[in-house]
Design a protein around this ligand. Sequence first.
Ligand code: ZN
Length: 146
Amino acid sequence: MSDLRDLYQEVILDHNRAPRNFGKLENANREAEGHNPLCGDRVRVSLHVEGDRIEGIAFQGSGCAISTASASLMTEALKGRTVEEARRLFHGFHDLLTAGGDADGLGKLAVFAGVREYPIRIKCATLAWHAVQAALDQQDHPVSTE
Ligand code: ZN
């Protein structure tokens, strides 16, 4: 199990060092911002939604390694998905972190399973996801984890 833990940690560190889909999407038609005051994490997500599919997604912001890596892995997980699939993934991810749910169907997002042992970090890991939910719901005010 410790090998797996090291691998998970390696993936998180890698995505923190070199975040994927970092920046602003030129043709974005949905945007939202998230803020986690407990840790100081800020994230702004921009999406290009065509019909019911997320054709493009990117994020900007600054925060701790967990929040940055989570946003990065999230963009990889959501690109090309339907809005419905995105919501299902978010619920699965949220369950994994808060309700001891299993990682079935979550792919690389499973690397965050260890975060559930650190309740204060759960908000770091879910911040970008909350922002995406807000963007998909087209709320134009900033979201907060508080
Ligand atoms: Zn954080």
